[in-house]
Design a protein around this ligand. Sequence first.
Ligand code: CMP
Length: 140
Amino acid sequence: MAIERTFSIIKPDAVERGLIAEILKMITDSGLKIKGMKMMRMDRAKAEGFYAVHKERPFFGELVDYMISGPVVVSCLEGENAIENYRKLMGATNPAQAEEGTIRAAYGMSIQNNACHGSDGPDTARTEVAYFFNDDELVG
Ligand code: CMP
């Protein structure tokens, strides 16, 4: 199986509740390697650009407000089948529907405040990693 890279965000609600270490432990225990990582606070333009695909959705405004409400931890993860494996580890977007043992089942609060983000496919993964990281920041 191919080695892939994917992009992850530990979202503001999870950072605020002190869950960075717990979520990173679930990520690394699953076999994914951290290639690059940083804590940052997005400004409105950065968050709107990141979620541009959702700009016509009714939740877009609230989603952007939430994503800029506090710091996030962004990372580039690498491993076999990393994109699908990380999506499985996160669980369903709505934490109420996420399977036991997933990050969102453990730590998600609501469909919006759902603790983490992961890329949904190879093209998105490439775009999202490049949106937050320069090549020389992927050092892991
Ligand atoms: P994420 O995987 O980052 O992708 C889009 C985000 O929009 C999603 O996680 C949620 O945080 C947020 N969101 C808010 N409401 C909805 C909704 N009704 N359906 C899907 N995503 C939603």
